[in-house]
Design a protein around this ligand. Sequence first.
Ligand code: BES
Ligand code: ZN
Ligand code: ZN
Length: 479
Amino acid sequence: MNIKLLKKENFAPVSNKIIFVSEQDNFDKYNFTVQEKNYIKKAIKNEIDPIVINQYDCINFVLLIDPKKEKHLAAEKLRKTGNNLIKQIEHYKIKEIEIIDELAVKDYTLALIEGILLSSYTFHKYKKAQERKKTSLHELSIVSEATTAKDIEELNSLLKGVFIARDLVNEPFSFLNAEQLAQEIKKTAHTAGFSFQMLDKKKIQSLKMGGVLAVNQGSAFQPTFSILEWKPKNAVNSKPIVLVGKGIVYDTGGLSLKPTKQSMDHMKCDMAGAAAIVGTFYAIAQNNLPVHLLGLIPATDNCVNSQAYAPGDVVKMANGMSVEVLNSDAEGRMILADALHYAERYSPELVIDLATLTGAAVRAVGIKACAMSGTASEEDKNKLKQSGFKTFERLIEFPLWDDYADTLKSDIADIKNLGNANAGMIVAAKFLENFTLSPWIHLDIAGPAFYHHADSYRGKGGTGFGVRLLYDFIKAKTE
Ligand code: BES
Ligand code: ZN
Ligand code: ZN
């Protein structure tokens, strides 16, 4: 994170400023001339956004807040304004700027900062030093009665969590195999202060995790199963919340090879569920949230060699069920099933899995939201949906109706890993449902996890989808 956030008590008159105003303001506090004030009023009428007042020794960006707009929509608009502003800030080569929150609405101030910071993310590790893009801005000060230094620090750690998730997704398979992923998680655990344990292949074998092992058969690398834990003394929950993340570090489809180049060339993103969990753990531990949390990350690549698991194979899963593999590209459910079963030993209050699981979810809900389903209480599902609106990591729920499992019936095993061409995201969830008895929520993030084109503050590449969502949902449980 290159931009330093600071809380200031008063604004300096001659400083670059971002000013929140309402239509009723007369802007007397600021050093504006009569002409400038008249221009602002006219610009507001003409819906110019942001309004730029260049006073030569400082630049002012004036943002109008519409009090009639629904709060979560106004916040999202401000995140996007943050993205526009960072472009202007670059244009004027601004190094320092102050946000003056005259309206004292914390959520709006934080949303604007979020938009600015999320837009400043770059992944340039593999570029020559002189070609790495740096933002001109290095200090962002906040002058606000409603937003405390603690709020700002909390947001900073949360966004660092999003960056950690984005970095992990953007890392190519050439760097990030399953063992390397575990190493990276371990590093994050040490910085943030949560505990980390890794089960290696031997341990995975002794736990009879047939799903993880089957997918790993075609790999040149060892599988890993990472266990993250955050257990502060003041935790509000007696039973833990368990987060499970799909950690396929690369998905070729296996012997059921992905059919087109386009369908494979971004498959380094197939561990975005795992990445979101690591980012969430970072933010929660850094901010010391009083909640007992576990994270389970089964990881391997899904590649091809002569030992690769093959369509027609029957695999015995950790919970004892047999699965007839009819498509090796439906590998996510194979590894998640064993992890969901492993979660049972903690008697969780709630299990949430995140996975780039199906192309069907992308077809159904696109890339601006994620497909959700699950057996958890309506209350928890609704709260998660609310967090979805608040963070604009939105969820669309699909049912888990029993007859949607009909296509998973197998002639020779307990179930197959493949349905037919229809409603693939529901059928995948029905498959997973066999492996958990706990209250459970499944998030299929195949659409929003990775962007081929930038969409405002969500740039190209890994988006870090899920970190802000889960953080908000889990934090609400502690309040
Ligand atoms: N990793 C893919 C799903 C995916 C698609 C992620 C697009 C991100 C973007 C998953 O393992 C997969 O290949 N799913 C198959 C399942 C099918 C064989 C039942 C799919 O969706 O085609
Ligand atoms: Zn696949
Ligand atoms: Zn996959």
